[in-house]
Write a protein that binds this ligand. Sequence first.
Ligand code: SF4
Length: 231
Amino acid sequence: MIPVAAMAKLTLLDYPGKTAAILFLPGCDMRCPFCHNSDLAAGGGPRTDIKEVYAFLEKRRGLLDGVVVTGGEPSLWDIMPLLRDIRDMGYLVKVDTNGLRPEEIEKWLAADSVDYIAMDIKNSPAKYAATAGLPSVDMNLIKKSVGLIMNSGKEYEFRTTVVRPIHETEDFRIIGEELISGAEQYFLQPFVSRDEVPDKNLTEPDDEFLKKCLEISAPFVKKIEIRGKNF
Ligand code: SF4
């Protein structure tokens, strides 16, 4: 049985245009220094009884549009039975992923178990591993995930948490050119400093920096926004 660390009963923000519940699964194969859920990512935190999750979703059938399955990193688990059950209850399913396991994404898509995929793009390839807190990252895996998602026919987004000094504006030109050229949607998410973030030296990007990143990224994608900002 898949462990669920926590459930948020209502979000208006995490599934674009939909009302949804969120299921947080524990564990992650990245160690991003700006992670807001580092305890959960390390596999810790509480556990929610899966029976309670199913009972809640049964009760909310027809009242909520969808369910967001996030982490941590959901692809560490065999989430197919969970996705199928959620869809059988009539919900739309959104899955968030860091893209390190394209073989799992392929399975979700082949079984038509997902309606929306959101994938993190951590940084330009040369800085990917450091940004993910890993000794190395096989960029072929990341590129394979990007390709699968872009060709899936499903709704999707790529998103980057913009963190200073990890990101320079030049990184966004390289991300656009080498990773997500032609993508439907790209969201820049300004890093928000919090006590639980592992690296205390990281800072929030200012508006001028964000505007520059937006300007540089815009030609590469069909739609781009900065989440939480009106420019
Ligand atoms: S991929 Fe997401 S959950 Fe995993 S460490 Fe990075 S920010 Fe945290």
